[in-house]
Every structure is written in C-alpha cells, then in structure tokens.
Design a protein around this ligand. Structure first.
Ligand SMILES: [Zn+2]
Length: 389
C-alpha cells in the first residue's frame, strides 16, 4: 500500500514536538506510523512550519454567525446578553449565508470538530453537508421556575431534530444547561433526569456579576433581571461562588466542559476536583480568550488553572463576540498574555485535549495509528494555518 510521507520543521503529534520525523499516512488520511527521518527515503513531501492534527473547537454558537460585528466590544456580559436577545432575529437567508461562511472559515482555519451550542434549528441545513464533526449541545434556558416544564419540552423537540440529523450524519447531541444564573432548580431537575451519562457543557463564571448574584443576589444580574422584567423572588442566594452553588447538580460520571471560567478561583477548582473524584467524573476547562477580550477585556487566571492540573481545551465562542473562528488566533492571544506557556502545551489543548473532551479521541486529536485526525500545517508563529489532509 502506498502511503504519503509528510515532513516539516516540527511534527506535533498531539502530545509532543518531534524534529526530523516523517508522518506516514494513507491517501484517506488514516495514520500509519511516525518514523525518524531516514537518509535516502524517497517521495517525502516537505513543508515549512508545524504539522499538527486538526484543531478541535470545543465551544461555538454557529447559529449566531450573522451577529458578526453587530455588538460593540467591552460592554460586559449582561449588556452583551441583552444585545444578543434583542438582535438575534434576522432574515433567514442572511442567517443561512452567515452560517455557511462561518463554517467555511472554521474549515479554512484547520478546525475538524466543533462543540456547537444550539438554541434553534437554524444550523441544521448546513450541518447536513457533513463538512465538520459536530457535537450539538441543545441549550436549555429558563430562570423562571414556572416555565421549567414548558422550556424543557421545547428543548426536547429541538433535541429530537438534531438527534435525527446525527442518525444520518454522525456526530452527537446532548441537552445542556445554558449558565448557572439562567436555569432554575426545577429545570435542572428535569435535565438531571434526562441527561444520563451524556456529555455536558455550561457557561461558567464568565463575569464577576455571576458570583455576586449567587453570593448576595446583587450586582449586574439583579439589574439585568429588573431590566427584562423577570421576577427573581424565588431565587435565594447561597453565600457561595457560582460554581460552588451549582456544580453538584451534574450527575455522577457525567463528563462536563466548563466554558470561560474567567472568575474561577483556586477554591472553586479544588471544590470541582473534589466532587469529580467522588463522582468519578472527567471535567474540562474550555478557554475562549478572544471572546473574553471582546466582551469584557479580560482573561482567566490560566497559570493557576495549569498549576492545579486542570484539563484545558479551547473554543472560539461565536462571531457575536469574536472577530474570527480560529483556534490558532485563540492560542496567539494566550501567548501574548502568558508567553511562558510552552507551545507544546497550547497545541495539546487545541488538539488531543479537545478531542478527549468531545469524546472523539478514538479518531481525532493525535497522530496515532488508525486515527483519522486531519492534518494541518501552521506557520511557526501560528499566523497562518492550512489543511493538508
Ligand atoms: Zn458561548
């Protein structure tokens, strides 16, 4: 059998950087082997830069792509959410076009798999084309306990539509809570009963106002709920941080991807790790640095998360809060603020860790025999990315 032989300045395997090695891969992109570069080997395709498995985008909202540039930067989260709620409706053909362009942008930027938040069926037609692997996260939202059941039934209908899609196209689907501040305990209970061992994700501690709300029932979310005329009488503050108020609600053994984590503290991480151990759960911290910069001009304490052995992955969030859907651009932002983090570690978050988080590491995330992870070529400064296979 004839294999393609690929070589570059650096071969990133998903776990380590190799120099002077050749990747042996079938025409279909199935990994055969990695060999030390032998003198005299013929037919080698040589590239300048870094060869890497395809990137994994663990957090996106493809259905918000038409809001690119529509919301000003640095408004803070509650004003951002308000802007989304009031502006998300648009002409369907505009939305469809924006979704198609955004997906193409991800393909061009070497992304092969996406964890995509869905509140609507708007992305179904594009996803039928099967250009990317998707885990569709059907997001459940409802702060008012009186509408928990109604909201849950609506989300279940959407879940069924995406379920039918996955039966034809592959991929996976799960029902997930939007954020700690937007899901009532009644709605959480319905989710717990439904979600079994499915992969979960949640927007976690994206703003300091979230912790203030749980601790004291004051701050930005108090103002937000007043502004949208949402009664909050039923909500009792816990006196604890957001994460320490809700994390116990995930079922045991249920993998969780916590997205943003801008205000997550060492105490929160320890609480999470303790519960994970007791409940035999895997959890991942998904960083969306460019979205944090866009919305609030801030970033999580990434060195603290590394020091505490959190499993880190990367996401772009949506074009409503990002100028591009590009994992390499997320890495560059982290490098600009935290230049001490080794490249190999950042690339592993973008590939193998992401694949493990989305439960697809049998195929994606690393150059190991039998996998079909996609092959991308990055310039050494990560300014350019292109798909090779
Ligand atoms: Zn998001």
């Amino acid at each position: 059998m004839a294999f393609r032989k690929l070589r570059a300045d650096i071969l990133f395997t998903g776990k380590e950087l190799l120099y002077n090695h050749v990747l042996l891969i079938s025409e279909e992109g199935i990994i055969e082997d990695i060999l030390p570069f032998p003198d005299g080997m013929e037919g080698i395709e040589t590239f300048t830069g870094i060869l890497s498995p395809g990137f994994i985008n663990c957090h996106c909202h493809l259905e918000l792509s038409h809001l690119k540039g529509a919301i000003p930067e640095h408004t803070g989260l509650t004003d951002f959410i308000y802007a989304i709620l009031t502006r998300r409706n648009s002409q369907v053909h505009t939305i469809d076009q924006a979704i198609a362009l955004a997906e193409q942008e991800m393909l061009d930027n070497g992304i092969v798999a996406v964890g995509d938040i869905c509140n609507t069926p708007l992305t179904l037609p594009q996803k039928q084309k099967q250009q990317l692997y998707y885990h569709h996260f059907i997001e459940v939202t409802g702060f008012n306990p009186a509408i928990a059941e109604q909201r849950f039934i609506q989300s279940q209908q959407l879940y069924q539509q995406f379920r039918q899609l996955t039966e034809k196209t592959g991929g996976h689907v799960s029902m997930v809570p939007h954020a700690p501040y937007s899901v009532s305990p009644e709605l959480w209970t319905l989710l717990q009963q439904f979600s079994g061992s499915q992969l979960q994700t949640i927007h976690n501690q994206e703003t300091a106002a979230e912790d203030e709300w749980f601790k004291h029932k004051t701050g930005g979310f108090k103002a937000f709920y007043d502004k949208v005329n949402m009664p909050a009488d039923h909500f009792t503050p816990t006196g604890k941080s957001s994460l320490q108020s809700y994390y116990h609600r995930f079922n045991s053994k249920q993998p969780v991807i916590l997205v943003h984590d801008v205000h997550t503290t060492t105490a929160d991480v320890h609480y999470m790790q303790q519960l994970d151990q007791e409940q035999q759960r895997n959890s991942w911290i998904c960083l969306c640095p460019n979205a944090n910069q866009y919305i609030s001009n801030t970033l999580p304490d990434i060195p603290m998360l590394i020091e505490n052995n959190c499993k880190l992955v990367l996401g772009t969030d949506s074009l409503a809060s990002n100028h591009q859907l590009n994992i390499a651009a997320e890495i560059r932002t982290i490098q600009a603020f935290y230049p001490q983090i080794p490249l190999v570690q950042l690339l592993q978050w973008a590939t193998l860790n992401g694949a493990e988080a989305l439960q697809i590491s049998h195929q994606y995330g690393s150059f190991e025999k039998g996998k079909q992870p996609g092959v991308i070529l990055c310039s050494s400064d990560l300014q350019s990315v292109k798909r090779i296979i």
